[in-house]
Design a protein around this ligand. Structure first.
Ligand SMILES: Cc1cc2nc3c(=O)[nH]c(=O)nc-3n(C[C@H](O)[C@H](O)[C@H](O)COP(=O)(O)OP(=O)(O)OC[C@H]3O[C@@H](n4cnc5c(N)ncnc54)[C@H](O)[C@@H]3O)c2cc1C
Length: 229
C-alpha cells in the first residue's frame, strides 16, 4: 500500500469478480490481524517419537471446538490453527485464523508494529481458543491454559483483493513483489523476477499480474479459514 501511494497508484481499483460482475472502487489493500501466541512449556513436548523437530502443523476443521478451561462451546464453524515447538520462544508457538481489520486502510497505524501496537494485537478470545484447539488436537495440551504466555502478540498483514500476491512492473521501471502475506511460499519468486528483469518473460508469474483484477482472472477464494491458503 505504502509503495502504491509513493508510485501514484490508485488506492481503489476496478475489479471483475469470479461471476463476471464488475465492481468499482474496491480497496486495493486491506489488513488482517494475525493472531499468534506461545504456550510456555518444554518445547520437547512436541518433538516426534524419535526426538526430531516436527514440521509446523496446520489443522483446519469444522469439528465443534470446546474450551479446555470450562468445556463450553467456542465454535461450531470452520476454525484453524498452526503450531510448532519453538526454542527461541521457549515453548509451543503458533497462531489461528486472522480477523479482518475494519479501520480504513489509509488510516491504519502500521507503527508501532506487532506486540508494540496498542491497537493491533491478538484478540482477548485468542488464547483460550488456541490452547483449546491445541488440546483438541493432542490430549497432552488439555488443561494447559495457565501456561499461556500472557503478552501481546501477532501483527497485521496486508492483503490484495483476492489475497494472492501481485508481482508486476509499474511506471516502466519499478518491479514489485507484494506478497500478500504468503511468506516462505514466495522463496522462488525472486529468481523468476530476476530472470524477467534480465529480459525473459516468466509465464509462471502471469497469474499474479495486477491486470487480473480488471480482467476478472482472480484466484479462487480459499476454502480454508485463512486468506493466504
Ligand atoms: C504476525 C505474522 C506472522 C507471520 N508468520 C509467518 C511465518 O511463520 N511464516 C511465513 O512464511 N510467513 C509469515 N508471515 C508472513 C511474512 O512475514 C510476510 O509474507 C513477509 O514478511 C513479506 O515479506 P516482504 O519482504 O514481501 O514484505 P515485508 O516484510 O512487509 O517488507 C516490506 C518492507 O518495505 C518497507 N517499506 C514499505 N513501504 C516503504 C517505502 N515507501 N519506502 C521504504 N520502505 C518501505 C517496510 O517497512 C518493510 O520493511 C507472518 C506475518 C505476520 C504479520
Amino acid at each position: 500500500m505504502i509503495f502504491g501511494v509513493c508510485l501514484g497508484l490508485p488506492s481503489q481499483i476496478e475489479l471483475k469478480d469470479l461471476e463476471g460482475e464488475v465492481h468499482q472502487d474496491i480497496d486495493m489493500w486491506r489488513f488482517w490481524q494475525l493472531e499468534e501466541g506461545v504456550l510456555e512449556i518444554d518445547p520437547e513436548t512436541l518433538v516426534t517419537n524419535d526426538g526430531k523437530i516436527p514440521p509446523v502443523l496446520h489443522i483446519d476443521t469444522d469439528a465443534p471446538l470446546y474450551s479446555t478451561v470450562d468445556g463450553s462451546l467456542i465454535t461450531d464453524e470452520l476454525w484453524g490453527i498452526y503450531y510448532k515447538p519453538d526454542w527461541s520462544f521457549g515453548g509451543i508457538q503458533g497462531g489461528a485464523s486472522p480477523y479482518t481489520v475494519d479501520t480504513p486502510v489509509n488510516e491504519v497505524a502500521i507503527d508501532p508494529y506487532g506486540p508494540e501496537s496498542k491497537e493491533f494485537t491478538a484478540s482477548k478470545d485468542f488464547p483460550e481458543m488456541w490452547v483449546s484447539a491445541l488440546a483438541h488436537c493432542h490430549k497432552r495440551f488439555e488443561g494447559m491454559m495457565p501456561h499461556y504466555h500472557k503478552e501481546p502478540s501477532g501483527g497485521i498483514g496486508c492483503f490484495t483483493p483476492d489475497s494472492f500476491p501481485v508481482i508486476d512492473t509499474y511506471n516502466e521501471n519499478v518491479t514489485i513483489i507484494a506478497d500478500s502475506n504468503h511468506g516462505y511460499k514466495m522463496l522462488g519468486v525472486g529468481c523468476l523476477v530476476a530472470e524477467e528483469l534480465l529480459g525473459e518473460k516468466q509465464e509462471l508469474l502471469e497469474p499474479f499480474r495486477f491486470s487480473r483484477f480488471q480482467a476478472g482472472k482472480l484466484h479462487p477464494v480459499s476454502n480454508s479459514p485463512y486468506p493466504w491458503s
